[in-house]
Design a protein around this ligand. Structure first.
Ligand code: CA
Length: 418
């Protein structure tokens, strides 16, 4: 397991993070590298050709509609399975297989060639409505010895539903989760089925970062700015669901000590940047304004005060402002939306021109996004698999240096070097 140093902190703490198993594992190369191809950054017109929803101006050049790029390496696109049952997350297991959640409430294991196991039973019941259901999964950094699995889901609660984080042990025969326990609940509950988030990542101390959605409706989304609520946040918790000590709001009156960052809308993607060792997040905007953010301790990411989107009705959101002192700018945004879901950095030598690029599954966009990144700025954008008509929900890099992505329609795609 590769160890990386993580040191972006207000709190003076040098925290060390691991590239854990899901969406961020360093995949050892088994193939020879390619022919040293390079990327034509921003050499083509922007990939987005539709009109934006507003005339809002970006905060800096290149924050949206960057020039297009095109992968030069010949690719092999393969459908490995077409019969998955609403897969939502895909997590690397140490042996090269994948642990996959199904929105309806079960997990399965997939081999790299797409063979699916029997459903894994004994997870707590999920609220499988709207955007709720069984959502993300990740494995303990010591999974190989302790077989512990962490997942999150929409849970029925007084007042509606909420995002719950649970853990349990994968049985030796891989048919059930033993002793499932809820370790954290992102309260308050809300009576609605939208925008739970969520992704789970481990740092190298074995603590969890969990992104939480703000539940969508106008009367609840304002709590993304409320430090006494756990929604619209990234929280930092132990394996027992307790606040990690010395968080950025540990000494703030009425704030939840587990909050790491706030002002998020619907963060369905989160991954470690293997080069900078920082936490990257992608989230849905409203009508316009899907974002990529770098999540840093104590920072406010602005929703619903600032946004590059407008309301679905066409009205402005709040005061209709896009930038404000004390609130972080996205490093990139999309208008119109593409609905960014799961995300991963590419960290293999198999396709050298992809190394350090960010890949994102787009739902309404019906493609896989490739973003070329340099010095924390986006310098090029490409759309892959745009001819498939699929909603790409989650993506990871396999041990073979290929990308594996699952779709709402039940497909597992492999995107590899030809
Ligand atoms: Ca924002």
């Amino acid at each position: 397991m590769q160890t990386i140093t993580y040191k972006p902190f207000l709190i003076g703490l040098s925290l060390v993070a691991v590239l854990t198993a899901c969406r961020n594992k360093s995949a050892p190369s088994e193939d020879q590298p390619g022919k040293g191809t390079t990327t034509d950054s921003a050499s083509l017109p922007p990939v987005e050709t539709n009109a934006p929803n507003s005339n809002y101006k970006p905060a800096f050049a290149g924050q949206t509609r960057i020039g297009g790029v095109r992968t030069k390496t010949p690719l092999s696109i393969t459908v490995l399975n077409s019969n998955l049952q609403r897969p939502w997350a895909i997590c690397n297991l140490p042996d090269g297989r994948f642990l996959v959640t199904q929105k309806g409430g079960k997990m399965v294991i997939l081999t790299p060639n797409g063979q699916v196991s029997k459903e894994i039973s004994n997870l707590p019941a999920v609220v499988d409505e709207g955007q709720g259901g069984l959502l993300d999964v990740n494995i303990d950094p010591q999974f190989a010895s302790n077989r512990m699995v962490y997942w999150d889901y929409a849970e029925k609660a007084t007042g509606g539903s909420l995002l719950a984080v649970a853990k349990g042990k994968l049985s030796d025969d891989e048919t059930r989760i033993e002793n499932p326990q809820v370790i954290y609940r992102a309260t308050p509950a809300y009576n609605g089925s939208l925008q739970f988030g969520s992704r789970i990542l481990f740092d190298d101390e074995g603590n969890l970062f969990v992104s939480t959605g703000e539940r969508g409706a106008n009367d609840i989304r304002v709590k993304a700015q409320d430090l006494s609520a756990a929604i619209g946040k990234v929280v930092h918790i132990t394996k027992d669901g307790k606040p990690v000590p010395n968080g950025p709001f540990a000494n703030t009156p009425n704030a939840r000590p587990e909050i790491f960052a706030y002002g998020l809308r619907n963060p369905e993607g989160m991954t470690w940047n293997p080069e900078t060792h920082e936490l990257w997040e992608v989230e849905f905007g409203p009508r316009g304004g899907d974002e990529v953010n770098i999540i840093r301790a104590g920072k406010n990411y602005g929703w619903p005060v600032i946004t590059y989107g407008i309301e679905y009705s066409g009205e402005k959101v709040g005061e209709g402002i896009q930038q404000k002192s004390g609130m972080e700018q996205p490093i990139y945004y999309w208008d119109p939306v593409i609905s960014p879901a799961g995300t991963t950095f590419y960290n293999s030598d198999v396709i050298p021109e992809w190394k350090g690029n960010l890949f994102i599954g787009a739902l309404s966009g019906n493609h896989v996004i490739r973003l070329v990144i340099k010095d924390n700025k986006v310098t090029g954008e490409e759309r892959l698999l745009a001819d498939k008509g699929e909603r790409f929900r989650a993506i990871t890099q396999g041990k073979d240096g290929a990308l594996y992505t699952v779709t709402d329609g039940g497909k597992l795609y492999r995107i590899g070097k030809k």
